[in-house]
Structure formats: structure tokens, C-alpha cells
Design a protein around this ligand. Structure first.
Ligand code: BDR
Ligand code: CA
Length: 303
């Protein structure tokens, strides 16, 4: 535990999303982090639903973190959301209020970076569209203000979860991944190679559903939607690495993304034509489980 360091100031770009709301809970309950703001994007749900879902979990956390809506569609591809995986609202069976109208602001991140006095760490948990827009308009500003970018996207060796090769976030907007990789930011790709290990069984979710903590009971209703085979909470891992440095084993890889349509769309791979990037290849699960006790409570038994 590194509670004596000053908190790391972070911005979170997210598309809540069941595992996104778990990740937001971990961030908000970790004294090692200061969440300066949250930007939202389409992805697991529409921009309006994702923004509403971010507000719902922050209300339960009793954290007044500002939320700023961003992009409502990919750079070039048609909009596709993930109701089969995350439910029609984006957060499974967890109750949420109605959607409110939101005005998309694709360059929202640029504005936030402009205001921020200090360089920040940017955490992306959804498609990379908001970051790509910011880089397209103000590349120098983004480079000077983003100390580090750590994102849940992609996969190097693991099978994809959206087509044969790609994870959902890279698949949803491969052109955005391409812009981000070529920008040469200090990017860390935390992809399916490690996030697949963040499994919760259906029995664990049922146990959480009995909690008297309204946040945990609400998260359990969201997680239950993943069904009888349990669930994988991908998005918590980038936050784990920020809370507990060196939780992940990183390797430098020359990384590129495939822009073709079809089975290779969004495939992140090693290529001589790629950009040197950090890729997570292993995770210290014992430390990560201990961190998740901050969200789920100590009584949850992990396999
Ligand atoms: C990623 O896609 C979404 O389903 C999850 O929220 C996660 O960010 C995993 O491929
Ligand atoms: Ca996500």
C-alpha cells in the first residue's frame, strides 16, 4: 500500500457499462487516486445512457465528481452498442433513472486538459474516440498535459471478445486506436491478455447481492446480467495499476491496429510499422483481489 504518496490526479474516459461502474467504484474508493473528472463516450451503451449510468454510480458513491459527455459515435464507422452484453440500459438489471438529453462534445477532453494546471494521467475504459478527437485538434496540448495514458483496450495474444482477434473497445473505433498509437503518447495497453483474469463467478455475484451496502447490492444487480457463467470485470485493471504500481508486468511492443473490416477489424498486433507502446502481459492477482475488497468488501471469497 502506498498511501503516503500524494494522490495521483486522473481523468477517466468511460462508457458505462457494467465493468466500467465497478472500475469507477474502485477509483472513487481509493485514496491513492484523485479523480479530477469523468468524460463519457458511446460504447457499451449510447452516450446519453452511459452518462446517466456514470451519474447513477457516483450518486451511490456519494462522490461529486464532474461528468462531461463526449462523443456519441465512432470517427468513421457506424455506431454499435452492446445491449446483449451490458443490457438495454448499459448496467444490466441495476435500477437507473430515465435518460436525459445530452449534447455530444467530441473534443471535451481537450477542454479539460486545457483547464488542468498540472499534467494528468488519463484512464480510458471505452472506445478511444474522445482521445482521438482531442489529438486531432490539439496534439501538442494533449502531449504536454497527458503524463501517462493507460487504457483497457486491445489484445496481443488472447482471442478477441467481439471478433476473432479484437476486444470491443478497439473494434468499436479502430481508427481512433490508430490515431492514439501513432501519436506516441506514453500509452499502456491493458488488454484481454490480462483483463480476462478478472473473473467473478455467478455464486460470488449472488453473494454480493445480499450485501447491506447499497452500492454493492446495486453493482451485483448490474453484474448479474452477465449470466450463469459469471463475469469478467475488465475495466478495473488500469486503475489497479495506478493504485498499486507494478501490479502489471509490462513489455515494450511496437504496436499497430488493423483497420480492415472483417475478422481482423480492431486487431492490435506487434508490427515493425507500429509505435513503441507498453503492453500488459501479466497481473499479480493476489494484489488485485485485495484491492477489489475496497469495492466488494472483505467477505467476498475469491477463487
Ligand atoms: C471492454 O469492452 C466492454 O465490454 C467493457 O466495458 C470493456 O471496456 C472489454 O473488451
Ligand atoms: Ca468499458
Amino acid at each position: 500500500m502506498t498511501a503516503s504518496r500524494p494522490p495521483v490526479s486522473i481523468l477517466i474516459d468511460t462508457d458505462p457499462g457494467i465493468d466500467d461502474v465497478v472500475a469507477l467504484s474502485l477509483a472513487a474508493r481509493s485514496p491513492e487516486l484523485h479523480v479530477a473528472g469523468i468524460t463519457t463516450t458511446y460504447g457499451n451503451a449510447t452516450l446519453a445512457a452511459a452518462t446517466r449510468n456514470a451519474s447513477a454510480v457516483l450518486a451511490l458513491l456519494e462522490k461529486p465528481i464532474p461528468i462531461y459527455p463526449g462523443s456519441d459515435r465512432p470517427l468513421e464507422r457506424p455506431l454499435v452498442t452492446a445491449p446483449d452484453t451490458h443490457g438495454p440500459t448499459g448496467v444490466g438489471y441495476a435500477p437507473v433513472g430515465g435518460e436525459e438529453l445530452v449534447t455530444p462534445n467530441p473534443t471535451v477532453l481537450l477542454g479539460l486538459l486545457e483547464w488542468s494546471e498540472q499534467p494528468v494521467t488519463l484512464v480510458t475504459l471505452g472506445p478511444l474516440t474522445n482521445l482521438a478527437h482531442a489529438l486531432s485538434v490539439g496534439p501538442d496540448l494533449v502531449r504536454s498535459r497527458v503524463r501517462r495514458h493507460i487504457g483497457m483496450f486491445g489484445s496481443l495474444h488472447e482471442q478477441g471478445n467481439t471478433n476473432r482477434w479484437a476486444d470491443f473497445n478497439a473494434w468499436a473505433d479502430p481508427e481512433a486506436v490508430d490515431i492514439v498509437l501513432r501519436a506516441g503518447l506514453p500509452t499502456v495497453m491493458v488488454g484481454l491478455d490480462v483483463t480476462r483474469r478478472m473473473e467473478l463467478s455467478a455464486a460470488q455475484v449472488e453473494h454480493l447481492a445480499t450485501s447491506s451496502d447499497p452500492l454493492i447490492a446495486w453493482l451485483a444487480k448490474a453484474l448479474r446480467f452477465y449470466g450463469r457463467n459469471g463475469c469478467v470485470v475488465h475495466d478495473v485493471l488500469p486503475l489497479g495499476e495506478l493504485i498499486e504500481p507494478d501490479l502489471l508486468t509490462l513489455a515494450q511492443v511496437s504496436l499497430a491496429v488493423n483497420l480492415e473490416e472483417g475478422v481482423h477489424r480492431g486487431h492490435t498486433m506487434e508490427s515493425p510499422a507500429g509505435t513503441p507502446s507498453q503492453v500488459a502481459l501479466d497481473v499479480d492477482m493476489a494484489r488485485m483481489r485485495a484491492l477489489l475488497a475496497r469495492v466488494f468488501g472483505e467477505e467476498l471469497q475469491w477463487q
